[in-house]
Structure formats: C-alpha cells, structure tokens
Ligand binder design. Structure first.
Ligand SMILES: [Zn+2]
Length: 303
C-alpha cells in the first residue's frame, strides 16, 4: 500500500491527545497482522487509548525499532485554511494535522514494515506506536516497561520526530513541574491585609526568569543544540476567581530542558532557595508538585 494512502487514513483519525486513539491503533494492527507481523496492544486503564508494538521477522534476537506517537496537538482556535483531519495534496505537499509531527513518519514506518514483511529478514524490524506524547510522553511508559522486561530489546531505535530531515543523535533532558502558591484570601478593599497568591506566583516566575538569564550568560554553550544552554519555560498559569477577592491560590506549570552537562536538580534547588521569602509572609507557602523528569541523551540536537 502506498505511504500516502496510509497517511490519508491516519490523518482522518482525529487523535488529539484528549481523544481516544484506539480506532487508529486497530487500523494499524490490522494492517500489520495481515502482513504477518506479531502485534502486541497495550491499553491504558480506561481502554480508550493504546500503544502498539509490532515485530516483523525473527523473534529470537534484537532488532531495529521505528518509534512514533499517534496523538496530535489541538486545532481549536487556529486559522486552518485546509481541513485539518482530511489529507490535502497541493503543489506537491501534503497538508493535515500530524502530517509532519508525526503521522508522516508513522505512515512511512508502516509502509516499510509491509515491504519488510515480504522479505526474509535476518534482523527483526519493530514498530512502536504510542499515545499521549504531546501531553508529556505519558502513554509510552507502559510500552517501555514491557520492553524492559522483554527477553530481547531492540538494538537501537529511530524516532521520526520532525528534524528538517537532519539526524539528531541526542535530546535535552526534560523536567516538568507544577508549582502551587498558597496565600491568604481577603476582600480586595483590604488587600494589604491579605496575601495575594498570584503575586507570589509572579515573584516565582520572576525568579525563574532570573535563573534562566544567569544560565544563558554563565554556562558553557553546547552548540550541538539549537539553543546551546539549558532553558526554563512557564507554559501555563491559573489563579484567582474574582477581581474583588485577593486570591489564596495560584499555580503554574513550568519545565526545564537541560543539557546533558547540567543537573536539573541544581536548577530546582536554586528555585527552592528563591521560595524562601514566602516564609516571611504569615500563611505564605510555595509547593512544588508533580515533579517529572526525563533524562537527556548524549549530545546532538534538533529533536
Ligand atoms: Zn512529535
């Protein structure tokens, strides 16, 4: 089957991270099983989403893994000039949500697997398709656990993220954090008698930006990466309910993308020290929750 035809079908599944991906996985599993592949489906606890792991060729040795995620980012509020979930060909280009990130690669991997299934392979070819990558690489964890316990693990893995067709041999580490600021509620007419949690959050974000500025000025750059130093970024902030109430709670999500040479814990420790002034306010508190960490992998970049 032509890669473009597979891609057309994949784009037609609106697999935004919040939505189920099981129809897409069933389509891929049927394609692969019909070609003689061994297919393992790993469902999430709600049965709405699933990972897929397929093997073509011998089962008694390590192979080569092609890995991709099946979810895509939302399209709401964006000025799409073409239907996002219908593949459109124009001027030799293919348009649709996920054509680049990363259903294009998934379609290519499926097409390669179908061709490989007609050959006598000495080295097995594996496909790994995951869910919930765009919301923090959450879905792939059960697949990694399965591989960790498998008798034969792939010798190496090719991940088809968009890299402008350049080979990226490394990836910055990622630490995702949620920071909650707790203040003391009050009427806005008496604001100085209360403690504004949004103001605390702003102080913390300001501290975070100071740390970023310091890192960019003082650390040894690694030019293998597009951004040659470790970065901090606030991606979401929530707090407050009404203008005339001093809010007692605010939280924000931030992340650290660190170079292999930098320890994200060192950066977090600096942020924790910046929290210290909160103890000077009665009832003031910062709390760092849901701390998740993914390691960096060697040198190289553009993932
Ligand atoms: Zn991606």
């Amino acid at each position: 089957m032509q890669t473009v035809e597979i891609l057309r079908t994949l784009v037609g599944f609106p697999t935004i991270s919040a939505q189920p991906n099981t129809d897409l996985i069933t389509y891929c599993a049927d394609l692969l099983r019909d070609a003689g592949a061994e297919v393992v489906i790993i469902r999430d606890p709600d049965q709405a989403k699933a990972n897929l792991y397929a093997t073509i060729g011998p089962k008694d040795r390590a192979g080569v893994l092609l890995s991709g995620h099946t979810d895509v980012v939302p399209v709401d509020g964006q000025n799409w000039t073409k239907p996002p979930f219908t593949l459109t060909e124009e001027d030799g280009k293919l348009f649709g949500r996920g054509t680049t990130d990363m259903k294009g690669f998934v379609a290519s991997a499926l097409s390669a697997a179908l061709r490989a299934s007609k050959l006598e392979l000495e080295t097995p070819l594996h496909l790994a398709l995951s869910y919930d990558e765009e919301v923090g690489c959450l879905g792939v964890r059960s697949l990694i656990d399965m591989l960790a316990a498998a008798p034969f693990r792939p010798r190496f893995c090719i991940v088809g993220e968009p890299t402008q067709m350049m080979v990226g041999t490394g990836h910055k580490g990622k630490t995702a954090c949620r920071l909650r600021c707790t203040g003391r509620e009050g009427h806005s007419a008496l604001a100085p008698m209360a403690l504004n949690a949004i103001h605390l959050a702003c102080d913390m974000i300001s501290a975070l930006r100071d740390i970023q500025s310091d890192i960019s000025r003082t650390t040894l750059p690694d030019d293998a990466y597009d951004i040659a130093y470790s970065t901090l970024h606030v991606g979401r902030i929530n707090g407050g309910g009404a203008l005339n109430i001093v809010p007692n709670s605010a939280e924000f999500l931030f992340e650290i993308r660190n170079l292999p040479a930098d320890d994200p814990q060192f950066i977090l420790d600096r942020l924790h020290r910046a929290c210290a002034p909160a103890s000077g306010f009665p009832g003031g508190q910062y709390r760092n929750r849901d701390h998740r960490q993914l390691p960096s992998t060697g040198n190289g970049a553009r993932c």
